[in-house]
Design a protein around this ligand. Structure first.
Ligand code: C2E
Ligand code: MG
Ligand code: MG
Length: 565
């Protein structure tokens, strides 16, 4: 957004080469707006370019460029020509005044200055100027920014996004079949519907967004700070939902729908004009495809957001239908050849009986917040199952993966507490696996949460250790029980010397800090032996067991001590 576009505070530029007069003037207008000072004509033009004044208080007699020349230059610049120029002068000759008016000045303040009178003058002019500005930049019916202001804000947003290498989204929303409503119901009703639409859109937008009306039933939303296309898609879908709620005008209900076209900077366009043109093309496609829908300009973006949108919807239904299952992968203590614990790993069962891997849906679940109910479900199920095992005489520790999003929730501790209570599982049998990213996120809060878990007796493991920040300071200062060596190191440890060296270093570190260690992804006997030689005894991997459903796990454990295949 440009300073001119958003600035509600008037900007006043004082151009005066006499120090005392400059001081008196600035003191006088101090509370009327943002005040800038220039002590000569050429400095005034430079500052004006930056601050884009609404009002210029301009001395006529100055060294170098005089006030007339400055006024002429301001009026010749399309970005500055709207500024109201008031001359400040001791001249009283009519010829001079006429000349000043010819150059585009609107009034005079006489020197010596009479502050009270001069201030009243300035105030009145400013009020007029600001009202004119508002009218020029806003739609008369809805009060929303109009095409001019939108253009200004778009250009500014693109500059910022270019600098920060971020995205800008433009959504063009057009009401479906509105012409028919307009023709049959009349102007008063259609105006009321447009005003209500404007209010609904404004309510849905963030403070940084611009909701504008282009005319007719076409609205444009400019989203300057866009994280990803899915978020834009979700926002657009929310707009459609809002518009489709019935409109109640007096006693009558009206139903409206809208079509939305989206184009993105820099994906689809590099300038404001093409961004608008492409949003418009996408909107027309939405109309052709049946209205009441969202279309992206780019087919590729559309495909991927649609896929993800579908996946998200499927995931919500799956949660309700209990299609997520918890599998368990045993962890082996190799010297005693016993299972000492299990890791709970979520699986999504499809109607054909196949499973979608968590790697494919956990990231989206994290982005959409679905990880919260999903994670809670996994934790509850895992604690319940662990208690069942204990009841059967298998005192195993159950490890549950906790996503960064879950860990950051305010009620996370309470949730863990409630689940332990409800399932009756002793906290010592629960281990939470977090990643190094959690430790680095909000150090103080993390420390508090971990301390509370430790006090309760819940164990903490750092999952995928070595792939994240691997800060030794964190390890020392947080209450951690276990390091899980990431499977990528284990996979290549026999062929890649540096992976072997990393594993050795992690094991040495874990021993020094008195932490338990688990090697993940152990697939071969050679890997197991090498790990044992380095001093790591607890292993998890296909060499021993794949993740299995709970019933199968019970079957496995039913044999008592488990021997490696
Ligand atoms: P993770 O926590 O590091 O889990 C270990 C992953 O390695 C599991 O993949 C497991 O099936 C796989 N694995 C075990 N042994 C071997 C092996 O010998 N070779 C190979 N190649 N892989 C092995 P999975 O179940 O697909 O899970 C992937 C990741 O998804 C997990 O990595 C974890 O970060 C995440 N995840 C799984 N369940 C949950 C959950 O309930 N909540 C959260 N937040 N994340 C989960
Ligand atoms: Mg894990
Ligand atoms: Mg892992």
């Amino acid at each position: 957004m440009s300073s001119k576009g958003i600035c509600l505070n008037p900007v006043i530029l004082i151009v005066e080469d006499q120090g005392t007069d400059a001081l008196v003037l600035s003191e006088m207008v101090r509370d009327l707006g943002d005040v800038f000072l220039a002590s000569n004509g050429s400095a005034a033009l430079v500052i004006a370019k930056q601050c884009r004044p609404d009002l210029v208080l301009l001395d006529i007699e100055m060294h170098g460029m005089n006030g007339f020349a400055v006024c002429k230059a301001l009026k010749a610049d399309p970005e500055l020509c709207d500024a109201a120029v008031i001359f400040v002068t001791s001249h009283t000759q009519t010829a001079n005044e006429l000349r000043a008016l010819e150059y585009g000045g609107i009034d005079f303040i006489r020197k010596p200055l009479q502050p009270a009178l001069a201030k009243a003058y300035i105030k009145a002019h400013l009020a007029l100027r600001m009202e004119a500005k508002r009218l020029a930049n806003h739609d008369a019916l809805t009060g929303l920014p109009n095409r001019t202001l939108l253009q200004d804000r778009t250009e500014h947003a693109l500059q910022v996004a270019h600098r920060n290498q971020t995205r800008v989204a433009m959504l063009l929303l057009d009401l479906d079949n509105f012409k028919g409503i307009d023709n049959t119901l009349g102007a008063a009703i259609s105006d009321a519907l447009l005003t209500e639409t404007a209010a609904r859109l404004t309510c849905a937008a963030r403070a940084v967004d611009t909701v504008s009306r282009q005319g007719g039933d076409e609205f444009v939303l400019l989203l300057p700070e866009v994280s990803d296309c899915d978020a834009v898609n979700q926002f657009a879908e929310r707009l459609l939902t809002r518009i489709s709620a019935p409109f109640l005008l007096e006693e009558d209900r009206y139903s409206l729908n809208a079509s939305i076209g989206i184009s993105l900077f820099p994906d689809d366009a590099n300038d404001a004009e093409s961004l608008y043109r492409n949003a418009s093309a996408a909107m027309h496609r939405a109309k052709i495809e049946g209205r009441n829908r969202v279309c992206f300009f780019s087919a590729a973006i559309e495909r991927s957001t649609r896929c993800r949108h579908l996946l998200e919807q499927k995931m919500r239904i799956a949660l309700e239908d209990k299609a997520f299952e918890v599998f368990y992968q045993p962890k082996m203590a190799t010297h005693s050849e016993t299972v000492i614990g299990v890791e709970a790993l979520v699986r999504w069962r499809q109607t054909d009986g196949s499973f979608i891997s968590p790697a494919d849906f956990i990231p989206l679940a994290e982005e959409t917040g679905l990880i919260i109910p999903l994670g809670e479900y996994v934790l509850r199920q895992a604690c319940k199952d662990a208690q069942t095992l204990i009841d059967q005489g298998n005192n195993l520790i159950v490890s549950v993966n906790i996503s960064t999003v879950q860990f950051g929730e305010d009620n996370f501790l309470q949730m863990v507490h409630d689940i332990l209570q409800a399932t009756g599982l002793e906290p010592e049998f629960l281990e939470l696996e977090i990643t190094e990213g959690v430790l680095a996120k909000d150090v103080n809060k993390t420390r508090q949460v971990l301390a509370a878990l430790r006090q309760k007796g819940v164990r903490i493991a750092i999952d995928d250790f070595g792939t994240g920040y691997s800060s030794l300071a964190y390890l020392k200062s947080f209450p951690i029980d276990v390091l899980k060596i990431d499977q990528s190191f284990v996979r290549d440890m026999l062929s890649d010397k540096s992976d072997a060296a990393i594993i050795e270093a992690i094991i040495t570190l874990a021993k020094a800090l008195d932490l338990e260690m688990v090697a993940e992804g152990v697939e071969t006997q050679d890997q197991a032996e090498a790990l044992q030689n380095y001093g790591c005894d607890i292993m998890q991997g296909y060499l021993y067991f794949r993740p299995v459903p709970f019933l199968e796990l019970c079957g496995l454990l039913g044999f008592g001590t488990i021997t490696t295949p």
